[in-house]
Design a protein around this ligand. Structure first.
Ligand code: EPU
Length: 338
């Protein structure tokens, strides 16, 4: 096992934060993973996967295990469905493109989401009306204490909005090693109800879209609104959309009838944090190298050399302003490291 020292983590996190790892090693297989977890000389370990959902605010003293296990294979299929098992280190979007090449449906709305497949279940990634849980069958994870691989059913994962067992009771106990999804082979169930997808398809003159058409529409929408981490450091939505009770929503909506919202259930409503932040005047603002994206206020960006602390300070300022103006608490979606 090759352990490197004093490695810059800038290429390993999509925010492009230049923190350092004191010790770093690549994990290319399940065997590497159990070997690395057993290294008693490095009692603290830090799991780094695609680095797309984290803000690193200081150097990491622990041994960083960079999850890089690859492989996609068909486990089984019947007339309508195919079950594919994807190793944790596979890039999510490359994997989605692979499913489209094989005409397997279900992931098209989640095209171009940054990050690796192994971390997708942790926050039940979602976009344009579809969430991971809709195609999720099971996943495997190594229990850190025992190095045993355990399988988790969809029920065991307790998926919620940007939430799962792995963010709650299971936090810090497991390392996801693979994900199994059930996709359609024919009669794909398209989900084009999200307004922006419909108008994008219309713009392209497509009336009976294929899954690839939907994927291309989603890619075009994302490119027009969300910054590409390869060009501008960011971690996608920095905040979650706050979910409020019906009573809170009624008071909010009476004061701000123009505000967009999604009804989650009879008793709860989601308010777009991007709208709240824009109303507070932050959209497109820049403070040194830390800023709020000009097209989507939910996304914080690193123009070049912002530190994690600078981004975090901006996040706290925004949270304070939203609370003062609207009485609504918003909280980060990304993991704050440090
Ligand atoms: N809005 C504004 N100003 C802004 C941003 C948004 O007024 O600066 C308004 C929009 O006009 C719209 C509403 O807020 O009425 C919702 O905006 P949008 O459709 O862009 O989606 P979102 O709620 O801001 C969520 C996800 C995104 C996902 C999109 C599309 C969360 C935290 N974010 O954003 O996920 O791509 O829906 O499904 O749920 C991510 O997690 O990294 C991410 C990008």
């Amino acid at each position: 096992m090759h352990i490197q020292k004093n490695i810059s983590l800038k290429p390993y996190n999509t925010f492009g934060i230049a923190a350092k790892a004191k010790y770093f090693c690549e994990i290319n297989s399940i065997e590497d993973l159990s070997e690395a977890l057993g290294l008693d000389d490095y009692p603290d370990k830090f799991i780094l996967s695609g680095g797309s959902n984290m803000l690193i605010t200081k150097d990491i003293e622990a041994l960083v295990l960079h999850i890089n296990m690859k492989g996609i294979r068909v486990l089984k299929e019947d007339g309508h469905h195919v079950w594919i098992k994807i190793m944790a280190g596979e890039n999510w979007h490359q994997m989605v493109l692979w499913t489209l090449e094989h005409d397997y449906g279900g992931l098209e709305n989640m095209s171009l989401i940054p990050g690796n497949t192994g971390t997708a279940p942790i926050q039940n990634i979602g976009a344009y009306g579809v969430e991971l849980k809709d195609t999720f069958e099971s996943c495997e994870a190594m229990e850190i204490d025992t190095c045993q691989i355990q399988s988790f059913s969809k029920k065991a994962c307790q998926f919620g909005y940007r939430d799962s067992y792995f963010k709650n009771e299971g936090k810090g106990k497991y390392i996801l090693t693979s994900v199994t999804l059930r996709l359609t082979k024919k009669n794909h169930l398209l989900n084009t109800s999200y307004g922006a997808i419909e108008s994008q398809l219309e713009k392209l003159g497509i009336t009976s879209p294929t899954i690839t058409d939907v994927s291309e529409a989603v890619i075009a929408i994302r490119r027009s609104k969300l910054p590409d981490p390869a060009e501008l450091g960011n971690s996608g939505s920095f905040f979650k959309n706050p979910v409020v009770t019906r009573t809170e929503f009624e008071a909010f909506s009476a004061a701000h009838p123009e505000a967009p919202f999604y009804k989650v259930s009879e008793e709860s409503y989601k308010i777009p944090a991007g709208w709240l932040i824009e109303q507070c005047g932050y959209k497109g603002k820049r403070y040194g190298d830390a800023g709020v994206h000009e097209k989507q206020a939910l996304v914080l960006v690193n123009y070049a050399d912002a530190t994690g602390t600078e981004i975090l300070t901006l996040a706290h300022t925004i949270m304070g302003s939203v609370k003062t103006k609207f009485g609504i608490e918003i909280s980060p979606e990304v993991n704050i490291i440090g």
